[in-house]
Design a protein. Structure first.
Length: 410
């Protein structure tokens, strides 16, 4: 039976002393207002005649839950994922995809007066950009502001051509090469978030350049610097693969795939406020041996090349045609696993999470409610908002210390 895929996030708000802090009436009334324009959020999923998921706009509603914590927010220490605390609402998938809400929110009040908003958002409904668009619109309405960017709900702008005519291979929409030796590790999984300062990130970007091009122009042209995200993704890919260790001798050509989610909105010229899924994965493929033995310039060059290709409009239109012709491909399945020996690096650092001010100030921290699964990693802005980044990763405990050593070897 097809299952749902809710992304869960936590927004922490420190008590500001303002009256009616996170008043339930204000939150509920403004949420109802937001759902008038974002009416698909109040719908449900179903399967069409071809077993593809679609949204029924039936106004079944969303779930709003309130809870009381028996401690203070500061007792949490670092704001890492805390699934056992139940700060994000749970979803019952057992009765089928047409039965559960697409959006759920839990308001948890701490004894200190602080509040945590826990969100669960169905990824089949839209990507993170649109989810945040909805939440930030809700927060604007709670402050008495008008909707600044109405959602654009006509999804025919992403319709495949008739007849569909994919002109590229689209490795990113195919299932990765299976490993001959599946992951067998009895060590418990451990979650950690590692910070890189602005200075460390600059040093990492310098390290990406081939040694002979670092300080000198080539044919009179200085090398184009790599973006922070591309540099960090390539560096993390190498560090994770080194920490995982080599494949067995009989599997020396084992491939590792790196997935880089890219927003296709601007590339496709979509209307402002387009509401839906427009994330495509740039995919980079290398053998484990060549990746871990090569310099960072090798890995980052392959990442930049893959991202550059996938942001072309012709490539994205071809991808839509490919999905139309291959409805059971990996690209048509939300939540497909990207675990060992592969990796995905999800960029949250530039998403406007911190604009969610419901009238009592913005959040002091936003992060995942659950530790990412093995192979899924997240790049977030630092809590200090000082130009540094956090890299959140889950690995078997015995690999985490190795990863830390490789990751900070810049």
């Amino acid at each position: 039976m097809p299952t749902g895929f809710h992304t869960r996030t936590l927004y922490f708000y420190r008590f500001t002393g303002r009256p009616n802090f996170f008043d339930s009436k204000v939150l509920k009334e403004s949420l109802a207002q937001a759902l008038v324009d974002f009416y698909p959020v109040a719908g449900r999923l179903r399967l069409d005649e071809n077993d593809r998921k679609e949204i029924i706009c039936n106004n079944e509603g969303v779930l709003f839950v309130e809870a009381e914590a028996n401690g203070e927010m500061d007792e949490l220490g670092e704001f890492g994922p805390r699934p056992k605390l139940g700060l994000a609402p749970s979803v019952d998938y057992s009765k089928g995809i047409s039965t559960y809400p697409l959006f759920l929110v839990q308001v948890t009040r701490f004894k200190c007066g602080g509040v945590c908003l826990g969100f669960a958002y169905e990824h089949n409904l839209s990507d993170g950009y649109s989810a945040i668009h909805f939440i930030n619109t809700w927060s604007d309405l709670a402050r008495g502001l008008p909707i600044s960017m109405p959602p654009f709900l006509d999804r025919t702008v992403l319709r495949a051509r008739n007849p569909p005519n994919p002109t590229y291979r689209h490795t990113e929409l195919q299932f990765p090469t299976p490993t001959k030796t599946p992951l067998v590790n009895h060590s418990p999984m451990k979650y950690s978030a590692f910070k890189l300062t602005r200075a460390q990130l600059d040093k990492l970007k310098d390290k990406c350049q081939p040694e002979n091009n670092l300080n000198h122009a080539f044919d009179g042209v200085r090398p184009v610097p790599y973006s922070t995200y591309v540099a960090l993704a390539a560096h993390a890919w190498q560090a994770v693969c080194r920490a995982r260790g080599p494949p067995p001798p009989e599997d020396t050509r084992q491939e590792t795939w790196l997935y880089i989610p890219v927003d296709g909105r601007s590339r496709l010229g979509l209307p402002r406020g387009y509401f839906g899924n427009v994330i495509v994965n740039a995919v980079v493929v290398a053998s484990w041996a060549e990746l871990v033995s090569g310099p960072l310039s090798f890995a980052v060059g392959k990442v930049r090349e893959a991202v550059a290709k996938i942001v072309e409009e012709a490539y994205l239109r071809s991808a839509l045609d490919y999905l139309e012709m291959h409805p059971t491909s990996m690209g048509a399945r939300a939540g497909s696993p990207f675990g060992f020996p592969n990796l995905t690096v999800i960029g949250w650092a530039k998403l406007p999470f911190y604009e969610a001010d419901f009238g009592w100030g913005g959040p002091i921290h936003v992060g995942p409610a659950e530790a990412p699964s093995e192979g899924a990693t997240i790049v977030m802005r630092s809590q200090e908002n000082d130009g540094g980044l956090l890299y959140a990763v889950s690995l078997p405990e015995e690999q985490m210390e190795l990863f830390k050593t490789y990751f900070y070897n810049i």
